[in-house]
Design a protein around this ligand. Structure first.
Ligand code: NAD
Length: 490
């Protein structure tokens, strides 16, 4: 069995407690993890706070911080394959995806490395004589970064990279469900040469480690990705420290296909949107809305492709869909699919556990439910799994009404060749991302985030670095004349 350590103040540690991690493809324990409880979580925050004010970090130029991030990006690229194997084993995500995704994470570090020395203050024209007024950007302070188990190298990069570029220090909490890749990533942070305490990586359970971290008086900003229920705890926790907060939460993203779309291309994008990563993606296109004229044709193409998806062990490059990360997730999916069928939905394909896979693994078949004219919960509940709820629409108004009938608002997909319609629909869709004639595309320079219960804030892009900075307004009186009447505001 493999043993992992966490990383506090430049040292690798055993942890104040330990817990086991299960391989979701076999259901067997494969590794033993350190667990931070109150004491170690507190120590990690104190290390970050000390580092924040230490000359070894504070004294570095922005360009020097950028160079450290570049080095980290290069190390990630060099070790992407090993990190991917760990992520595949701990989360069950297929190796075909983890290898490509982690190699690309290097680009996020490089993007923010380049940004580090391009953040400028301003000279502000004020309506006062003999006054130099300027604004300065200062690092906001200690950042608590909390991520779920899916796409964790990516979700931590969009927090760590801008935070470090801005001059902050970080405590990253990896998910207790699958911390292996982030604990291994800590070795690269060490090798890159960040001063001790600048980046600390721990793991532990939400109720203790997560609570202590997000309510800690020395934490100035919390960058959280996870589910909406957990986020409610985090919002309450930050009532204790008034930390600034970014929330990247769930989704129930609609994909709309109009009758003028390239149906074959749309069908491929839809397969990617819901069955890639076994549907365990916050941007999963879990609601498919098809215009009535092409409903049968498009659905037939998708069903045919879904039935051909190769389910297998995640470490095999030929596998297209692996297991779900946890048994609880599969239980939830089974419950919601059963409820949806009771509510009148029709099962078109899937809806069961594949019989030819290890039964202790968390496998589930690609599933398509025809939910036309029903109030099936598959249309509203985020399942975080390979379940597509399909509906029909008649025109743009109908498509918009159905697409926006969700409390979430993360991603959306639009398939049409009509440029006027594209422009109209883009304006009316209530979602943080609109992909037109494509799906599941990301880049470090593009903001990522949502509306409504998906939370607030955007990660990625130039503007996101300002989440990790605060403005200081500096007034310099330039005259040698003595200050006048002290009882009048100047
Ligand atoms: P989760 O909310 O259960 O856990 C996320 C993290 O929060 C974990 O590290 C967990 O330990 C921690 N946590 C739990 N309780 C806490 C508490 N009281 N205080 C502080 N931290 C606590 O989420 P999950 O099941 O691991 O991940 C799935 C969810 O994440 C889905 O809803 C998915 O949509 C969402 N997600 C969103 C995005 C996005 O960018 N919008 C990306 C990926 C995943």
């Amino acid at each position: 069995m493999k043993t992992f350590h966490y990383y506090i103040d430049g040292r690798f540690e055993d942890g104040e407690a330990r817990f086991d991690s299960v391989d979701p493809s076999t259901g067997e324990v494969w590794a033993n993890m350190p667990e931070a409880r109150t004491a170690d979580t507190d120590r990690a925050v104190r290390a970050a706070d000390r580092a924040l004010n230490d000359a070894a970090w504070r004294g570095l130029t922005a360009a020097a911080r950028g160079k450290l991030l570049y080095r980290l990006g290069d190390l990630i690229e060099q070790h992407a394959s090993d990190l991917a194997d760990l992520e595949t084993q701990d989360t069950g995500k297929i190796v075909r995806e983890t290898k490509a995704q982690i190699a690309y994470v290097a680009e996020y570090y490089r993007y923010f490395a380049g940004l580090a020395d391009k953040i400028e203050g301003r000279v502000v024209p004020v309506d006062k004589k003999d006054m130099d007024a300027t604004t300065h950007n200062e690092p906001i302070g200690v950042v608590a970064a909390i991520v779920p188990w899916n796409s964790q190298l990516f979700l931590s990069a969009v927090k760590i990279a801008p935070a470090i570029a801005a001059g902050c220090t970080v405590v990253l909490k990896a998910s207790e469900e699958a911390p292996a890749p982030l604990l291994a990533f800590a070795k690269l942070v060490h090798e890159a040469g960040f001063p001790p305490g600048v980046i600390n990586i721990i793991t532990g359970f939400g109720a203790e480690c997560g609570r202590v971290l997000t309510s800690h008086p020395l934490v100035a900003r919390v960058a959280f990705t996870g589910g909406p229920e957990t986020a409610r705890h985090v919002v309450r926790n930050t009532a204790d420290n008034f930390a600034h907060l970014t929330l990247e939460l769930g989704g129930k993203s609609p994909v709309m296909v109009f009758d003028d779309a390239d149906l074959d291309s749309a069908a491929n994008a839809i397969i990617a949107s819901i069955f890639a990563a076994t549907g365990q993606s916050c941007v999963a296109g879990s609601r498919l809305l098809i215009q009535r004229g092409v409903y049968d044709d498009l659905l037939a193409r998708i069903v045919e492709k879904a039935k051909r998806i190769r389910i297998g062990v995640p470490s095999d490059f030929a596998t297209e869909m692996g297991p779900l990360a946890t048994r609880q997730q599969r239980d939830k999916i089974e419950r919601v699919v059963a409820e949806s069928l009771e509510a009148g939905a029709t099962l078109i394909t899937g809806g069961a556990v594949p019989q030819d896979m290890p039964q202790k693994g968390n496998y589930y078949l690609p599933t398509i439910l025809d939910c036309r004219n029903t109030s099936a919960s598959a249309l509203t509940e985020e399942l975080f799994g390979p379940v597509l709820a399909v509906s029909v629409f008649d025109d743009e108004d109908d498509a918009v009404a159905q697409a926006n009938s969700t409390r979430f608002g993360l991603a959306s997909g639009l398939f049409t060749r009509d440029i006027g319609r594209t422009s109209r629909m883009v304006k009316r869709i209530r979602a943080g991302i609109v992909w037109v004639n494509t799906y599941r595309v990301i880049a470090p320079s593009m903001p990522f985030g949502g509306y409504g219960d998906t939370g607030y804030g955007r990660e990625g892009g130039v503007a996101s670095i300002y989440d990790y900075l605060r403005t200081k307004s500096v007034w310099i009186y330039t005259s040698d004349e003595p200050i006048g009447d002290p009882f009048v505001m100047r």
